[in-house]
Design a binder for this molecule. Structure first.
Ligand code: C5P
Length: 227
């Protein structure tokens, strides 16, 4: 595999509904971020054409649909996402081994979401999980790896433990906040440089870039902070 450039490690979450806003951000971020993430908001508002439009501008697309269903349905949804040209697609590890095995394909990097970065230990207990976010994220990352996935999504606070437990698994890390930026609904955050130092292969940054007055400058400053 070619050596990754610092820019390749930055994934920008384009969480917008309006097509023109999405394409304006995609153009502004061209060459400043390795991957653009189309999530549920952009996909539900615009449909599959938004993936074609963003890849058509030369960007790699991470289609963050967080698929979680019975194995057959999840497998077919992953195949459709892959055929749209998405380079990365997410599925929930809580879908279990059979679902993860059904979704593990070679043509696209399928990422298992461990524990959402918006959840903390107290909320996890209320849902009915036993143990801490750290215990659960490591357990689910191991399940993803044993089920044939090549990568997972986890918070920066779990990266070092997952790296130790799972070796070469690709680690994609949201919950990134620059010093002074608003946490919003994120609970388990870290700066870009700290997340990369902890072992992240990719960091996912949304609002600190997309809400900035100059998103391209914000993206370049973040890349600079860990390059
Ligand atoms: O704006 P912000 O930087 O919080 O955006 C983070 C992005 O990463 C959002 O698009 C969110 O859906 C996504 N994400 C997350 N936690 C996960 C998986 C994905 O925050 N575990």
């Amino acid at each position: 595999m070619p050596i990754m450039q610092a820019t390749d490690r930055l994934i920008v979450a384009i969480d917008r509904s309006n097509r023109d806003d999405i394409l304006r951000l995609a153009d502004a971020l061209h060459g400043a971020a390795g991957v653009l993430k189309i999530g549920l908001q952009a996909f539900v508002a615009n449909g599959p054409s938004i993936v074609h439009e963003v890849t058509g501008r030369g960007a790699k697309v991470f289609l963050d649909l967080k698929i979680h269903d019975i194995p057959n349905t999840a497998k077919n949804a992953v195949a459709e996402a892959s055929s749209l040209g998405a380079a990365m697609v997410t599925v929930h590890t809580a879908g279990g081994e059979a679902m993860l095995r059904a979704c593990a394909i070679d043509s696209t990097l399928i990422l298992g979401v461990t524990i959402l970065t918006s959840l903390d230990d107290a909320e996890l207990q209320r849902i009915g999980f036993r143990g801490t976010t750290l215990d659960n994220a490591v357990r689910l990352a191991k399940l993803a790896q044993q089920s044939g996935l090549r990568g997972v999504v986890a918070s920066p606070h779990e990266v070092a433990a997952i790296r130790e437990a799972c070796g070469a698994l690709k680690l994609v890390v949201p919950g990134i906040r620059t010093d002074g930026s608003e946490a919003g609904d994120q609970r388990r955050t870290m700066t870009p440089a700290a997340a990369i130092a902890a072992g992240a292969d990719y960091i996912v940054v949304g609002r600190p870039i997309t809400d900035a007055s100059d998103p391209r400058a914000a993206a370049l400053a973040i890349v600079d902070s860990f390059a």
